[in-house]
Design a protein around this ligand. Sequence first.
Ligand SMILES: C[S@@+](CC[C@H](N)C(=O)[O-])C[C@H]1O[C@@H](n2cnc3c(N)ncnc32)[C@H](O)[C@@H]1O
Length: 294
Amino acid sequence: MDGFSHTPVLTAGVLDALAVQTGGRYVDGTIGGGGHAGMILVASAPDGWLGGCDRDGMAVEAASRRLAAFADRWEIRRGKFESLGDWISMGSVDAVLLDLGVSSPQLDLPERGFSFAADGPLDMRMDDRQEMTAAELVNTMAEEAMAKLIWEMGGEQKSRRIARAIVRERGVRPLGTTAQLAEIVEQVVPRRGARRHPATRTFQALRMAVNDEVGTLRRGLAVAVGLLRPGGRLVTITFHGVEARIIKGFGDAAVKSEVPTLRWVRRKSLKPDAEELEANMRSRSAQLRVLEKI
Ligand SMILES: C[S@@+](CC[C@H](N)C(=O)[O-])C[C@H]1O[C@@H](n2cnc3c(N)ncnc32)[C@H](O)[C@@H]1O
């Protein structure tokens, strides 16, 4: 075990959607632990190629170890998928995969600070070279802006009260840990036996802001389409409504434009079946969509 464990979601659907073939050229913009990437290399053997990236250094290391057996058939660089055009030629790729959101190690390792389940520093950075952390955000952001963020990115109805409680608390002592933040949220949104922890939505919103997930996705989609050859496919897996709306809006605009540049292969999402849900609870909100370049 190399300590990095992430179960890839919708595996059969991904391979089918990417239309992987022997000798094809593929890009995985969110390589994570290399689960999907390994399957792409197997399906495109003996001479398919894969370019991959991740902004998380741990993921890049884990994926590189996992794909070592495929020797010369891949290249992985650390960085955001919006920068893939810096090293992969435009119009040269058969399919691009973006499996958005967080990896299991990001959630499971307390020191990464993404989770309320175990106490850790309030960090949430996918890329630890970045300066802004969740702690900095909650300790400096104006109350109204924070309420807006928690509402818009988390869909949390009690966003104003949560933001007010955070601002009140940080006036007493700065927020520094995930447990401290989870406790503040829990005081405003009591558990009442709910299945989800009351801080889930707030943590999601802060994570999205710390990592500029909306901005990087919008910029990344345009780059991903640029990488594709005509007939090439863009396959996305989203995990919440904000991401899904961005994908649908992006696809619809390109499909309906005066000179369409994309067509939908699958706009209505593919979701995990009962068997996958049973085996991997974290797949529960995964939605796969497919666009094809014209
Ligand atoms: C759900 S995981 C991917 C798992 C991967 N498909 C596998 O099979 O192991 C999402 C990954 O995307 C990365 N990520 C998120 N946004 C990114 C971005 N803008 N650029 C590059 N990587 C990003 C995260 O660091 C995380 O490792």
